[in-house]
Write a protein that binds this ligand. Sequence first.
Ligand code: URA
Length: 262
Amino acid sequence: MPTTGSNFPSLPEVHPIAERLQKYLARAGVASRRKAEKLIVAGRITVNGETVTKLGTQVQPGDVVWFDGEPVEPEKLEYHLLNKPAGVISAVSDERGQRTVTELVPSQARLFPVGRLDRDTTGLIILTNDGRIAHELMHPRFEVDKVYRAEVRGEVKEEALVRLRRGVKLEDGVTSPAEAASTGGSRRGNSVVELVIHEGRKRQVRRMLEAVGHPVIHLHRKRYAMLTDDGLPPGESRPLTGGEVEALVKLTAEKHQRRGRN
Ligand code: URA
C-alpha cells in the first residue's frame, strides 16, 4: 500500500484515534504491554523528541515514537471498502454491543470508518487507519461525490427534484445544490430517486427527501468518489488497490490546488 504523507499540502491535523503509549508499543511489536510500561518508566521512549515517563500518555496518529534512539514503525496504513449491510453501526465499537462496521473487515489494524452511514442505510463506506486521508475525505470543502439511491414514498415530481437541486432548507441550514434524478422504478406508489451530494450532515439525504415530501423507505450509497459497489455484495469488504488510494489522494490534492487559486 502506498503511504499518503508527501502528497498532502499542510492541513490542520485531526486525530480520530488516540492510543495509550504502552498499547502502541505493544502493537508495534516492541514489547508486551507490561514490559512496555517498564520501558516508559525507565525513560527509554520518546514521543516527538521528548522523553515520556508517564504511563497512559496518549499517542496520536502522526506522532513519532522512538525506543532507545530507534524509530518505532507505526502501524501500516490500510484502506478498505465495505458494502455495509443494514443493522450495523458506523463506529469502531459500541458499548451496547451493536454490530459495528469494523467487525465486518478482516484486519488487525485500528480501523475507523470515514464518515458514517445510518444504521439502516446500506452501501459503501471506507475504513482506514489513516487519519489524514479520512479528514480530507470527510471535509465538505473537498466535495467528494456521494451517490445515493433512495426508495421513497410517493410519486416524485419534477418540482421536488428541482427543490433538491436548488438546495433544501433544513433545521441546520440550506443544503448545497444536489444532483437529483428520478430513476423511475415506481412500485406500489413508491419511487426511486438518485441523489449526488458532497456534504455529510447527519441523516442528510433522509431529511432532504422528507423535506420535499418523500420520506425514505430504503437508502443505499452506491458510489463514494470513484468507488462503486460493483461486485461487492452487502456485508463484504475489499482492500482498496494502490491505484484507488492514489486516486483518492489526488482528488483531495486537486481540490486543495483549485481552492488555492480562487
Ligand atoms: N444521508 C442519510 O440520511 N443517511 C445516511 O446514512 C447517509 C446519508
